[in-house]
Design a protein around this ligand. Sequence first.
Ligand code: DON
Length: 445
Amino acid sequence: MSPATGAVTDALRELHSRYAGDGQGELADYIPQLALADPGAFGLALISMDGHLYSAGDAGVPFTVQSVSKPFVYALALSLLGLDEVSRWVNAEPSGEAFNAISLERSTGRPANAMVNAGAIVTTALIPDTPVAPRFGRILDCLSRFAGRRLDVDEEVYASEAATGDRNRALAYLIRSTGPLPVDPVAAVETYFRQCSVRVTALDLAAMAATLAHGGVNPLTGDRVVAEPVAAQVLAVMATCGMYDGSGDWLLRVGLPAKSGVSGGLIAAGPARFGLAAYSPLLDPGGTSVRGRLAIGRLSERLGLHLMHNPALAASTVTLVTTADDLPAGPQAERGQPGRGRVAVAAAQGALDFTAAERVLYALDEAGTGRTGAVVLDLVRVTDIDTVARAMLRGGLARLAADGRHTAVADPDGRLREPGEEAGSIRSFASREEAVAACRATASG
Ligand code: DON
């Protein structure tokens, strides 16, 4: 174990040993094959956005994905058909009911959401089925790309579920009788059973969750599995519906988009932070892994992972607002000379998004005595600017210029340029010193 990152593994191991002895819960037995699982099995896995992988216990033990497949098949449907079309067939409202309830809109028969069985069956049915690309082949490919390796089906679990799945068949027929179901219900349910029988490990599930958290790009393989808006849409539905009638309580206490499955898998995603998975087949009455819930809940609390905590507040975007005259010992050329127009400097660092850009614009407004004189925006220590922040900063600089203030940007990596835009279209320099000197020259020229 590497000494520094061993601390992350230690946190997972500590959780593992804390809950391994907790024998509460029952194995799912309505699918007989699931009742054969080892009740002591317990694994945890976490994958970061850089693809760093951490695990404890039985993270490599295979089990069937069950309902944890639902968000990923929903992602596939959204990718192929778009949100508006998918939403015609499946709503995105929390049902407040158990996973196998008849959660259908009274007037239309449309399922409440894609996380409950009714909505998941319709979502599966929405995946196109063609001779060249059969429905289940598309689903297995998609799940495999999320996991970053080729997955397969546990045929015994599939046979067991197919033999006992009349409630799901009944749901499919009911949906067709009350509203639209785009394909034959039996065909839809058989594909749904196969999708639930895909074999994974906790490490696979952590990679799948991490891919959603990473905007649709698998952090292990670099494969863009779905577009960023699709990943965000899926995480939103996981946050509101992923834990069925316990979704509100889960979001309140744990604060992470999540999805549970009756074989004992449980995933949680920290957007732009990590993918997390637990496996332990002893379930609470709602069909969620008892140890998984305890471990992920405790981890969220201990590490402050709740989505509604705002870590961005602690990060400082603007590192400096001053006049060039006040700068600590720098090149002589940078230092102000009385009567030659003062140059204000605002410096930023890190990754700039909407929130960060607002702070930088505020700093630019504040920079300069009496809000006059030239202004330099120093982006030397900025690591990334998203499209929203770029447009905001460019707009802010243009407004300052329209206000009669000379502006220049220290932007050695051209981060403020639009993709494909010529260098020189904005007044940018390789260093703060050059930008200040240029402003000074213009001001005095
Ligand atoms: O449809 C079913 O009953 C199972 N194949 C999956 C249900 C499930 O995993 C519910 N989640 N906790």
